[in-house]
Design a protein around this ligand. Structure first.
Ligand code: F0G
Length: 459
């Protein structure tokens, strides 16, 4: 927009509203205790500002709701499917697009086909479900982000980049055991940090030199493309959609959760160029998700995603989106709260290891902080640290590389005054951080333990 003012406004106005329920501190103390001190176990009505995830929680647009009215629920060959497929291929022109009910279903299908014991899947940083789906096949999920990506305080414009030298060394040594190389854009578990176009090209070149397919975990592709537009030499004049198409052209396939950048409340897809892998994936799809023209989604969901994909790459939206995430991060930084810097795309990550240095990693400083944010202000966040990643495939427990608390921002959902409230609450909790207790886990499931584990405060 061509205008002389600096305030970046929400590029939309509110069309229908949902009430928020206020609670008292006593009510919240009781609710979190009943939930076994696990924020996933809360009743969402007891949450005031829900920053648990940006997944499926965005506000749909007028045009998405209108598109839903065009949903055609034909079992096979629905026009909604063709609109969905065309919208995906407009940005990601892979030969095969396989719809799934969400991202992890795409992961499960792909790794069932190409994973297996003795194999290694490199990624900048695996998201939790991606790691779990790789490991479920007996393969090893190996994180290979650049060194800067492990250090919360180091400033780097593309902290999600893959360590190309390490990748090349691994491929030289083990190419036969590597069925695919993945890049997660943006790098969610590493702080929502982007990957540069140059790095994506570098990964592509190395993979193709060794004849190994290169896939994107592209949930936040539009946010990543916006960072490329803003930060990478020679990219600022390009259309965001063009940057996305170039990224896609460097890869051989992708897994996708449409619950993130495409503004779906549900949905995902798997896409690739390889005919024989696609055929195997479609066979599993039919067993587990549905016919290949709907894959676990209703026609109306396919329509909402097709429209959402068009909105996801609009510059006014992306400028607002990235700027409003930074607004929260910058304010916390100025208030002295340690956050991962630079601020990522979809979330602000508080460095709980730095803020709660009196709590040792295996008493879960991130969990302790997340509980305090809820108790103090009704804010629900998500631990991304030793609770999420501490349990090893061999059964041992070891501290994660970072102890983070993620404040994920649902798309187009909260206003600036909601975020000002979050800033106030986080700042107050941070001031009293050294009085917070650590936690011990008293119940733990076999995999993805953070979703259902129960905790108790350590005296
Ligand atoms: N890959 C990444 C990078 C993700 O962030 C997610 C989900 C998935 C894959 C799986 O997609 O949820 O549709 O099955 N991330 C959500 C989050 C849950 O809160 O970050 P899904």
């Amino acid at each position: 927009m061509d205008q002389p003012f600096t305030t970046i406004i929400e590029p939309f106005r509110i069309h229908s509203v949902e009430p928020l329920r206020m609670t008292t501190a006593d009510e919240r103390a009781l609710a979190i205790e009943r939930a076994g001190f696990n924020l996933f176990n809360l009743h969402a009505d007891d949450v005031l500002i829900d920053l648990l995830t940006d997944s499926g929680t965005g506000a749909m647009s007028r045009d998405q709701w209108a598109a839903i009215q065009h949903g055609d629920e034909s079992y096979a060959g629905s026009p909604s499917w063709f609109r969905f497929e065309a919208a995906v291929k407009e940005l990601f022109p892979f030969n095969h697009v396989i719809p799934t009910h969400q991202g992890r279903a795409a992961e499960k299908i792909l790794f069932t086909v190409i994973g297996g014991a003795g194999k290694i899947v490199p990624n900048n940083t695996h998201f939790d479900t991606t790691r779990a789906n790789v490991e479920a096949t007996g393969a090893e999920a190996r994180d290979m982000v650049i060194a800067e990506g492990h250090d919360a305080a180091t400033i780097h414009p593309f902290k999600g980049n893959m360590d190309l030298a390490a990748l090349e060394a691994l491929l030289k040594d083990r190419a036969a055991d590597i069925p695919v190389v993945f890049l997660t854009i943006t790098n969610n578990s590493g702080g929502g940090q982007p990957v540069s176009l140059a790095n994506i090209r570098g990964v592509s070149d190395i993979c193709h030199e060794y004849g190994i397919p290169f896939f994107l975990d592209a949930c936040r592709f539009a946010e990543n493309a916006w960072f490329i537009h803003e930060r990478e030499d020679g990219q600022s004049d390009r259309d965001v959609a063009d940057i996305v198409r170039e990224i896609a052209s460097l890869a051989d396939g992708m897994t996708m959760s449409a619950k993130k950048d495409p503004f779906g409340n549900i949905g995902g897809w798997l896409a690739m160029n390889d005919d024989s892998i696609a055929e195997k994936c479609r066979n599993i799809l039919i067993l587990t998700e549905g016919f290949p023209t709907y894959g676990g989604l209703a026609g109306r969901d396919l329509e909402a995603i097709a429209q959402g994909l068009k909105e996801a790459v609009q510059p006014d939206y992306l400028r607002y989106r990235i700027r409003s995430t930074a607004y929260l991060g910058d304010a916390l930084d100025e208030a002295g709260v340690p956050v991962v810097k630079p601020i990522g795309g979809h979330a602000v990550y508080i460095d709980a290891k730095a803020l709660l240095s009196h709590i040792q990693p295996l008493q879960y400083p991130g969990q302790a902080l997340a509980i305090a944010l809820y108790r103090t202000g009704g804010i629900r966040s998500c631990e991304i640290g030793s609770v999420m990643f501490g349990r090893q495939p061999d059964g041992s427990e070891k501290p994660a590389a970072m102890e983070l608390v993620r404040l994920a921002i649902p798309r187009r959902t909260y206003t600036q005054s909601h975020i000002d409230y979050v800033i106030e609450v986080v700042t107050a909790v941070a001031r009293a951080a050294n009085s917070l207790p650590g936690y011990r886990m008293v119940e733990e499931p076999a995999t993805l333990r953070h979703f259902t584990a129960r905790f108790e405060p350590v005296a």
